[in-house]
Design a protein. Sequence first.
Length: 337
Amino acid sequence: MHAIVFIVYPGFELLDVSGPASVFQGANRALSQAGRPAFYRVGLASALGGLVPSSCGLAVHTEPLAEHMEPLAGHTEPLAGRAPAPDTLLVAGAEREPLGAALRDAVLLAALQPLAASVQRLGSVCSGSLVLAALGLLDGHRVATHWDACQPLARAFPQVRVDPESLYVVDGRLWTSAGVTMGIDMALAMVAHDLDAQIAGDVAQRLVLYARRPGYQSQFSPVLQAQIQAGHPFADLIAWIDAHLDAPLDVGALAERAHMTERTFHRKFVSATGETPARFVETVRLDAARMLLAQGLAVKAVATRVGLFPTSRLSLAFQRRFGVSPALFQALHGTPP
């Protein structure tokens, strides 16, 4: 079995662990239903072991990091009472205060350093990247982290190439994800890598996820970013646009839904979001098109779903925005449906 160990410390973000762990256990469930043996063994470890409180007050039971060290020379199996060395090691993130305490925890860092050097796959969820950076394990690598940790990570560790956009980044054996729920996206990508895309898709469906998101997508979708900027009354309208991409979304239709004249709507929308309604609608449609193409949906079907039909209209907009055709993008990033 493939052993995955999450490294936690007092005040860690529980969802950084529970989200990805649910994905790995979901993969085992999907394998069982397909008549295949379980693949993942998931564990929790901390510097000294025992109960470790999370950011939400719930505590988890952990094993001491020392129990996961490689067997002594001459031993091919773990020593009695010692857990097997992990194949994948993932460090959970936290808010600034508990994360700062973890970075000052000499016992945690000393135990983690040799273990991290020996695993097949090393990674972090959210701001857990700073723990790996403190050990010099991210030097020269491109990494993702929570948007609020991007600048602190770049300032404190200039030798690390911080990617402020991607949901997750794979750089050799190093896997790093952006904030909180993006750990789920990264875990799904690991399942697809370790097993196959079908199992990953089954897990995503079981968890009632909207879609399996590829790593290159931004931490903030254009819909969420616009909702943050716009506020009332456009937040609801923006959500409606995202749910009705195949509908007519010209200025007249949107102004009518917002109960404004076209001129007033255009002026207020630009003021609130920084984009014209037409530019925003195209951005959301193309963002959705990228996601659907990456899932393997046919280009013609994608054009219909996102309201950029016929396919020539989708192709022109896609090429203009991203510099590649939808078909080439799908060849580079797509997975079978």
